[in-house]
Write a protein that binds this ligand. Structure first.
Ligand code: ADP
Length: 501
C-alpha cells in the first residue's frame, strides 16, 4: 500500500483472511465500502457469511489446539511487540486509509487512532509473560494453586467509529493471553483491519490464530455470535445489537463481554475554569464527528454560568472547520454513512418537536465539488433541553449536544444518573471534594475530572448499566480473555475422609 493509494480512484480489493490464506467468500459475493467524504467507492471487499465464519472458527480451533498452544508466552509477547512495530512503521499509510474509509480527519487518525493502536499492542505484548496463577493458603496437608488459562476461540465484533483501534483493543489482550480469534470488522469500515491481517502474517503469528471475516451484521456477525464453536464473544457497538448478541450467546452459554452505547453527562459548575470547560465540551462532543460511545452528549450547565458559557461555546462551535478530512487543518470530517447522517437529521427534527431550541448547526454545511456528495453535518447545539426528552436519553452518535441546566449538586446527580446508559461522565469544577463526591455517586465506568476522553492502554474502559459489561484495556481486559483453574494436590499421602479401610 502506498500513501497515495488510499485516496486513489480505482477501488482497492480485499479478500477474507482465514487460516493464514487470503480467500474469496464461499458465496463469491463482494460488497463496496464508500469513502464517506465523497460517496465514491473506496474498496470492493469479499462478503463473508455463515459458511466463511464456519471455516474461520474451524481454523481458529485448529490453531488453538495445535501450534498456538505450544507457543510460549515469551514468543507471544515478541510477536505482539513486532506487530506494534510493523504498525508504527506504516502508521502514516494506515492513518490515510482509515480517513478514506471512515471519514475522520487525518490529524485524528494520525495522532490519536494510530498511536493508540501501537500503544495497545505494545502494552499487551508486555503482559504475555506476566499472566500468572496464585497459591492459596488452604488448611491441612494440601497444596492449592490456580492456573490462568486462555478461554479458547474468541469471536470479536467491532464497530466503525475507530476501526483499527477497536481491532487493537480486542485482539491485543486476547492474543497476549493465548486465545485465537475470529474478528468481524464493521461493514462500513473493513479495510484497515484487513491491512492489519497482512501485518499479523508478517509478525509471524501461526496460521489460524487470527482470522478476519468482513461482512454484514445480520449475516456474518449473527453467525459468529451464535456459533457453537466459539468460547467467547466480545462486542463493541450499539446497545440494541449488544442485546441481540447476548441473546444469541445465551443459547450456547458462550461467555460475553459488551462495550455499548452511552449518553454521558459532561457537567460544568460555576467555579470551573471556563476556557478549559469550553474546550472540554468541544472535545466531548465534536471529536470524531461525535461518533464516540463515551461522548459528552448531555452538557449540564449550572444556571449561573449557562448564558455566558453558551455564548462562547456557540461561537467556538461555529468556527470548527468541517470539510475535506485529508486536509490537516480540518477538525471535523463527514459522518461515516448516509444512514448515520439521516439518523442525525431525524433527531434534529425530534428536538424541535420536543420543544428544544436548535441553537447552532442543525443541518449539513455547504461544501464544494466532490464533497457535496459526502455525509457531512455541522456541529449542533440543542439548548432548552429537559433530561427526560428523547434527545437527552437516546444515543444520537453525531456532533449533536443537548444542553440541560441544573441548580445544585443533588439536582445534578439525580439528573445525570437518570439515563439507561453508564459508560462515562465528566465534571468541571475547582472544588476537589465535589469532584470526588461526584466520581463516587455517578453510575459510570469512566469519570473525567477537568478533562474528557482521556484513555490509555493501561487503564480500564467499560460501562455500567446498559453500557455493557467487562472492561477493555489494562489488566482488567485479561480477565475477559482468561479463565481460572483451581488445582488441588494432597501432600499427606493419606486416604481422604472416612472411606478408607
Ligand atoms: P451501528 O448501529 O452504530 O452501525 P452496530 O451495533 O449496528 O453499530 O454495529 C456494530 C457491529 O455489530 C458491526 O460490526 C456490525 O456489523 C455488527 N452487527 C450488527 N448487527 C448485528 C447482529 N445482529 N449480530 C451480530 N453483529 C451485528
Amino acid at each position: 500500500m502506498s500513501s497515495t493509494q488510499a485516496a486513489a480512484e480505482t477501488p482497492r480489493k480485499y479478500q477474507l483472511f482465514i487460516d493464514g490464506q487470503w480467500v474469496d467468500a464461499e458465496s463469491g459475493k463482494t460488497f463496496e465500502t464508500p469513502n464517506p467524504a465523497t460517496g465514491k467507492t473506496l474498496a470492493e471487499v469479499a462478503e463473508g457469511d455463515k459458511a466463511d465464519i464456519d471455516k474461520a472458527v474451524a481454523a481458529a480451533r485448529k490453531a488453538f489446539e495445535g501450534k498456538w498452544s505450544k507457543t510460549s508466552a515469551r514468543e507471544r509477547g515478541r510477536m505482539l511487540y513486532k506487530l506494534s512495530q510493523l504498525i508504527e512503521a506504516r502508521a502514516k499509510e494506515l492513518a490515510e486509509l482509515e480517513t478514506a474509509d471512515n471519514g475522520k480527519p487525518i490529524r485524528e487518525a494520525q495522532y490519536i487512532d494510530l498511536p493508540g493502536v501501537v500503544e495497545n499492542f505494545e502494552y499487551f505484548a508486555g503482559w504475555a509473560t506476566k499472566i500468572e496463577g496464585e497459591t492459596i493458603p488452604v488448611p491441612g496437608q494440601m497444596f492449592n494453586y490456580t492456573l490462568r488459562e486462555p478461554v479458547g476461540v474468541c469471536g470479536q465484533i467491532i464497530p466503525w467509529n475507530f476501526p483499527l483501534l477497536m481491532a487493537a483493543w480486542k485482539l491485543a489482550p486476547a492474543l497476549a493471553a493465548g486465545n485465537t480469534v475470529v474478528l468481524k470488522p464493521a461493514e462500513q469500515t473493513p479495510t484497515t483491519a484487513l491491512e492489519l491481517g497482512k501485518l499479523i502474517q508478517e509478525a509471524g503469528f501461526p496460521d489460524g490464530v487470527v482470522n478476519i471475516v468482513p461482512g454484514f451484521g445480520e449475516t456474518a456477525g449473527a453467525a459468529l455470535a451464535s456459533h457453537k464453536g466459539i468460547d467467547k464473544i466480545a462486542f463493541t457497538g450499539s446497545t440494541e445489537v449488544g442485546k441481540l448478541i447476548a441473546k444469541a450467546a445465551a443459547d450456547n452459554l458462550t461467555k460475553v463481554s459488551l462495550e455499548l452505547g452511552g449518553k454521558a453527562p459532561n457537567i460544568v459548575f460555576a467555579d470551573a475554569d471556563m476556557e478549559q470547560a469550553i474546550n472540554g465540551a468541544m472535545m466531548g462532543i465534536f471529536f470524531n464527528q461525535g461518533q464516540v460511545c463515551c461522548a459528552g452528549s448531555r452538557l449540564f450547565l449550572h444556571e449561573e454560568v449557562k448564558d455566558e458559557f453558551l455564548e462562547r461555546f456557540k461561537e467556538r462551535a461555529g468556527k470548527i472547520k468541517v470539510g475535506d478530512p485529508t486536509d490537516k487543518a480540518t477538525q471535523m470530517g463527514p459522518q461515516v454513512s448516509e444512514e448515520q447522517l439521516n439518523r442525525i437529521k431525524s433527531y434534529v427534527d425530534l428536538a424541535r418537536t420536543e420543544g428544544a431550541t436548535v441553537l447552532s448547526g442543525g443541518c449539513p454545511p455547504t461544501l464544494e465539488g466532490d464533497f457535496q456528495k459526502g455525509y457531512f453535518f455541522q456541529p449542533t447545539i440543542f439548548s432548552e433541553v429537559q433530561n427526560t426528552m428523547r434527545v437527552a436519553q437516546e444515543e444520537i452518535f453525531g456532533p449533536v449536544v443537548s444542553v440541560i441546566t441544573f441548580k445544585d449538586e443533588s439536582d445534578l446527580i439525580r439528573q445525570a444518573n437518570e439515563v439507561a446508559y453508564g459508560l462515562s461522565a465528566g465534571i468541571w469544577t475547582r472544588d476537589i471534594t465535589r469532584a470526588h463526591r461526584f466520581a463516587r455517586e455517578i453510575k459510570a465506568g469512566v469519570v473525567w475530572i477537568n478533562t474528557f476522553n482521556m484513555m490509555n492502554a493501561a487503564s480500564p474502559f467499560g460501562g455500567y448499566k446498559q453500557s455493557g459489561y467487562g472492561r477493555e484495556m489494562g489488566k482488567h481486559a485479561l480477565e475477559m480473555y482468561t479463565q481460572v483453574k483451581s488445582v488441588w494436590v494432597d501432600l499427606s499421602g493419606k486416604p481422604i475422609g472416612w472411606f478408607g479401610k
